[in-house]
Ligand binder design. Structure first.
Ligand SMILES: Nc1ncnc2c1ncn2[C@@H]1O[C@H](COP(=O)(O)OP(=O)(O)OP(=O)(O)O)[C@@H](O)[C@H]1O
Length: 439
């Protein structure tokens, strides 16, 4: 009896493994065709998608279909979540291996042990990716993406120039190159990983380009998230109020204008051809806090309007001058994400958002992916000229401290300038104080 149960379990395991190896995960081709038909992805004359090829890759099965005339890839991409749900209907695939079966002890209760294995095993959803190169390609993955990617120093050594690590996609280590694409919009609902990404970004920049990077952080949520960076020599300011933000932005605008005049006078096209190594990153942690729309206090509204104006100017003209804008928000609306900033930020990193409308505000018309990301912190859609689903690397506090520690120092910050400025219009009487080393 025992032998029969065990041998049928083992036989079942072998059969399932062999089946999945040969066929991907079940008859997914037929399912895809049926889902497409049921989701209305059929041409007016009734033509349906037609299978062209099925191939097995490392960890995935790829189905290539011909799309009927009159339909576009965007029509299919919009329904990606419908395909994913459809492929997962009725059952989730159980990740059981022969190794699990081998853990069963013949002398104890086999049925109990089997039940425990089944309960312990995490159910996973099949995940898909879609692309188009004249044919619709749908990849169905056998394993889910990692839910947790700890930061490691080797990620920094894989970066070149002004690249920083972002995380991993299905197939690759993903970096962002701020010299190729200067400005980035980062969006996502609360607790999905925006601040963690910003910490990864700031720590990476400081560790990789300590002598060339300058960072200004507008953290109007109270400055707690970035408190640990405020004494780092590369950090020009951590502004915690609209007045402080405006003060920091006015300083940047003045620098920017001086550089622009110099470039124009000398016939220099951009910061690269000028041989200027410095890049100044301006990070807005929560755009809603600086948005003037809805602000009832007249004086604060005036400050915010000017902040918005300078930020738009940075997005429009300052890329060539060496300024980089990282503009983040959890509320993806037209008020928090000004048109000029969105249009000039060619990179978007979008964590899960609550609605398809919010996803489209950030990623563009028809781009609903961010609303259908799984509820995994750090999971995001990264869009440049390509779109990738990524799991962002998570940099723990100990790693941040280790990376920035050599750059924490004593230095006077802007006191002189502040005294001269006094209570200049628009700025509060706050002055920067002497920064004391934490070491
Ligand atoms: N890349 C990641 N990998 C794994 N876990 C993460 C990742 N990013 C964030 N988390 C987890 O999610 C929590 C919330 O993340 P984070 O502080 O970045 O949220 P947020 O999007 O900035 O939220 P809020 O807008 O409310 O400040 C973190 O404390 C961490 O536990």
């Amino acid at each position: 009896m025992l032998f029969e149960i065990l041998s049928s379990l083992v036989a079942g395991g072998i059969a399932a493994t062999t089946y999945f190896k040969q066929h991907g995960t079940g008859d997914d081709k037929t399912k895809i065709e049926r889902i497409a038909a049921n989701a209305g992805l059929v041409s007016k004359d009734g033509k349906k998608i037609r299978i062209y090829r099925r191939t097995k890759g490392e960890g995935f099965t790829e189905y290539v279909f011909q799309i009927p005339l009159g339909l576009s890839f965007a029509d299919f991409e919009k329904k990606k979540h419908v395909f994913e749900d459809g492929l997962n209907i009725k059952r989730s695939t159980l990740d059981i291996s022969l190794a699990d079966l081998k853990t069963i002890h013949l002398r104890s209760n086999i049925l109990e042990q089997t039940k425990t294995i089944l309960m312990k095993k995490k159910k996973f959803r099949k995940e898909i990716e879609m692309s188009f190169d004249g044919m619709l390609k749908i990849r169905i993955y056998e394993r889910p993406m990692p839910e947790w990617l700890p930061f490691s120093d080797s990620m920094l050594s894989q970066c070149k120039g002004w690249e920083i690590p972002i995380g991993v996609s299905r197939c690759d280590f993903v970096t962002h190159d701020f010299d190729a694409i200067p400005h980035m919009v980062v969006a996502g609902a609360t607790r999905k990983g925006k601040s963690a990404f910003l910490k990864l970004l700031v720590s990476s920049l400081i560790a990789r380009r300590p002598d060339d990077v300058k960072i200004t952080i507008l953290d109007l949520k109270g400055g707690l998230s970035f408190a640990k960076f405020k004494d780092v020599r590369q950090v020009e300011a951590v502004a915690k109020s609209p007045a402080e933000a405006l003060e920091a932005l006015r300083t940047i605008r003045d620098e920017m204008n001086r550089r622009l005049e110099h470039f124009l006078g000398a016939g220099i096209e951009d910061v690269k051809s000028a041989g200027v190594k410095e890049r100044h990153f301006i990070i807005v942690d929560e755009a809603a806090q600086i948005a003037s729309a809805g602000e009832t206090d007249k004086e604060i509204k005036r400050l915010k309007v000017e902040c918005e104006h300078i930020l738009s100017e940075i997005a429009r003209v300052a890329g060539a001058l060496g300024y980089r804008l990282i503009f983040c928000t959890q509320y993806a609306t037209a008020d928090t994400l000004p048109r000029q900033i969105k249009q000039n930020a060619d990179a978007k990193l979008c964590f899960r958002l609550q609605t398809e409308v919010a996803s489209q505000v950030v990623l563009g018309e028809g781009e609903t992916d961010a609303a259908h990301l799984p509820l995994i912190p750090g999971r995001a859609v990264y869009v440049t000229d390509r779109k990738n689903i990524v799991q962002c690397a998570y940099v723990a506090d100990d790693d941040i401290n280790r990376l920035i520690e050599p750059h924490i120092n004593i230095r006077p910050r802007k006191e002189k300038k502040d005294i001269e400025k006094g209570n200049r219009e628009g700025a509060t009487s706050r002055s920067y104080s002497l920064v004391i080393s934490e070491t």
